[in-house]
Structures are given as C-alpha cells and as structure tokens.
Design a protein around this ligand. Structure first.
Ligand SMILES: [Fe+2]
Ligand SMILES: [Fe+2]
Length: 339
C-alpha cells in the first residue's frame, strides 16, 4: 500500500502483509518523524489512498504551475544593492577607494561578512584584514570583488534544500567549489573571463532556491519518474515542474541585474552545447562536474551528472588538468566555507 505522509509529503510503499487490516494505526514518518495515521478498516483504507491522490490532483500542473513558479522568483531576496553598487564602483577605473568605503559604512552586515571571508585560512592573512580598505590593499582589487560577491550571497546560498537532499551550508560549499573551479579554468583558457566565471559559478544553481519547495510537495512524482534509473534529476524537474533549475536561475539573474553573458552561462550550465558557443557556459559546466567529483555539498542530483563529452576538448583541458583543478577547488571551498 502506498502511504503518503501529509506532513512532509513523502510517499512510502508498505507491504500489505505488514499492515494490520481492519485496525486504526499511527506510526512516526521515517522521513520527518511526524505522525502518520492510517485507518485500515477496509473502506477507509481505500479512502486514505484516494485522499492522497486527490491532494496530488489539487496541486497546479502544466503552464499554471510554470507561471506560479516564475512569479515566485520575485519573492527571492534581491541581490543586496550594496553588492551591485560595489561592483559598479569597482568596474569604473576612475572611482577611488573612498567611494567603496562609504558604501560599506551603510551596510555593516555585509562588510562584516566580507572581512570574515577575507580572514579565512585560504587567503593566508587570518586575523590581519581589519577593514575593507586593508582587504583591497592586501588581497588586491580582484579578490575584493570576489569577496563582495560572496559576502552578498552567502546567507541566501547557505539555506538547507530538503528537496535536493542538501543540508544547511551544502549548496554554499558546492557554489564555492564551482566559483573557484570556474575561475581556475577561465585563467587557463580565457583569462579575461575570470571575474565573470567566478560570479557565474557562484550563483549557477540559484534556481534551486525557488524549486526546492515544489520538489518537496511533489516528491512522489520525482521518485516515480526516476524509478527506472534512466532519467537525471534535471529531466525530472522539467517533467514534473515544467521548468528546470537553469531556466529558473536565468529568471533570478534578471531580477538580480546580472549581465547577459553570465545569464546565458547559467542558463546552459548543464547543456553548454545549446549556448551558441558561450565559453563561459562550458567553463561553468566543467567546473560543476569537477565540483561533483570533489563530493563537496553533493545532493540527490549529483549522482547522475552528465558531462558534455566535447566540453574538455572545447576548452582545451586535459585529464591531468582536471585532477589539479580538483585539488585546488577542494582547498578553496573547504577553507572558505568554514567561515
Ligand atoms: Fe545545476
Ligand atoms: Fe551545480
């Protein structure tokens, strides 16, 4: 008998011979520990299955669901204005450091997070970076840019995503791994893309923040679709929710004012060959595969990752490079995520 926990929506198959038919029973849900109550007097048992199906049918599907999900993108916290302004100031060669210092005076929370990250063992200046100005002097302009982007997204990307099997902090670790991996690959293949590669890598999976609750609600449909072992989790997103996390992420990018080339890279990070030759999309794709190989922040969707077989050739990356990049990525993501 299929039993649906009305608390967490997970579905379990319990062999009929283990159920005391004709009785009412209650037991803790193996997933959420909430109580599942079953009325197994014959008619009610049929009713309870019917009820769970009805509940399923009440949920929007198709285009209605797609529109609902896209409306939800607007509910995501905006990329902090401080981060957007800081990136603008840093991109302007005429701007001086005072402008940046004034900006962070007004947002102490992000300034504190940036300093914490700057003092992580990865940069080798633990405890010595005491101000944004010092961070710029000691670590350099480019690294400060990275720290600002990380400081602005850390709390959002650190949330737990139950539908994806990610505990609190797991998506953050994965995002850091892809950001650093992308920057390293860009440096090897197209150095001018390094900064954009870092930002794209950091927010490439932001669509998951939106889809997570919909996956939890429809978990049984995901399990059903993936039962034959032939479909990836990405296929299941598209099949069940009408949208995958890359399409949602490109909408997130619009609300966050992320430049077009980065949005394209994020949209096609699982299928770079559809990006019309975006090198950035190939970079984030390979970095994503490397991040999966490190095992850091691995969720449900990491086990069946499909890497484009032309990607390494497209970027001119060899097998040996992959191992070297993986080592560097592990070091960076582990050291920084501890902050
Ligand atoms: Fe992804
Ligand atoms: Fe990813």
């Amino acid at each position: 008998m299929r039993v649906n926990c009305l608390n967490c929506n997970k579905v379990f198959d319990i062999p009929d011979e283990r159920l005391p038919m004709g009785k009412k029973i209650a037991f803790p849900c193996p997933a959420c520990k909430g109580t599942i109550e079953l009325d197994l007097t014959s008619k009610s048992a049929i009713n309870s299955e019917f009820r769970s199906k009805k509940k399923q049918n009440d949920r929007p599907t198709g285009q209605v669901l797609k529109k609902k999900i896209l409306r939800n993108v607007k509910d995501l916290p905006p990329m902090p204005q401080t981060v957007l302004k800081a990136r603008e100031i840093m991109a302007n060669p005429k701007s001086d450091f005072k402008e940046l210092a004034n900006l962070f005076e007004t947002d102490q929370a992000i300034a504190a997070k940036i300093l914490k990250l700057a003092n992580s063992p990865y940069y080798g200046y633990s405890g010595k970076v005491t101000s944004i100005q010092r961070a710029s002097l000691v670590l350099g302009h480019k690294t400060l840019g990275e720290l600002i982007t990380m400081g602005g997204t850390a709390s959002l990307l650190s949330k737990s995503l139950v539908g994806y099997g990610l505990d609190a902090g797991a998506l953050w670790k994965h995002s850091l791994a892809v950001a650093f991996g992308s920057r390293i690959i860009a440096k090897k293949t197209e150095p001018s893309l390094s900064n954009d590669a870092f930002t794209s890598g950091l927010i490439h999976d932001s669509g998951k923040l939106i889809l997570d609750s919909y996956i939890q609600e429809r978990w049984e449909l995901f399990e059903e679709f993936m039962a034959d072992g032939e479909h990836t989790f990405l296929d299941a997103e598209k099949k069940v929710l009408e949208l995958d996390h890359t399409e949602v992420a490109s909408e997130v990018c619009k609300t966050w004012n992320i430049p077009k080339p980065l949005t394209v890279a994020i949209r096609y990070h699982h299928h770079p060959s559809r990006s019309n030759g975006s090198k950035l999309a190939y970079i984030v794709h390979v970095a994503d595969a490397i991040a999966m190989m490190t095992g850091l922040g691995l969720g449900i969707d990491g086990t069946l990752y499909q890497m484009d077989d032309k990607a390494m050739e497209f970027l001119g990356i060899q097998e040996d490079d992959m191992n070297e990049i993986m080592g560097k990525v592990l070091e960076a993501a582990q050291n920084i995520s501890e902050q």
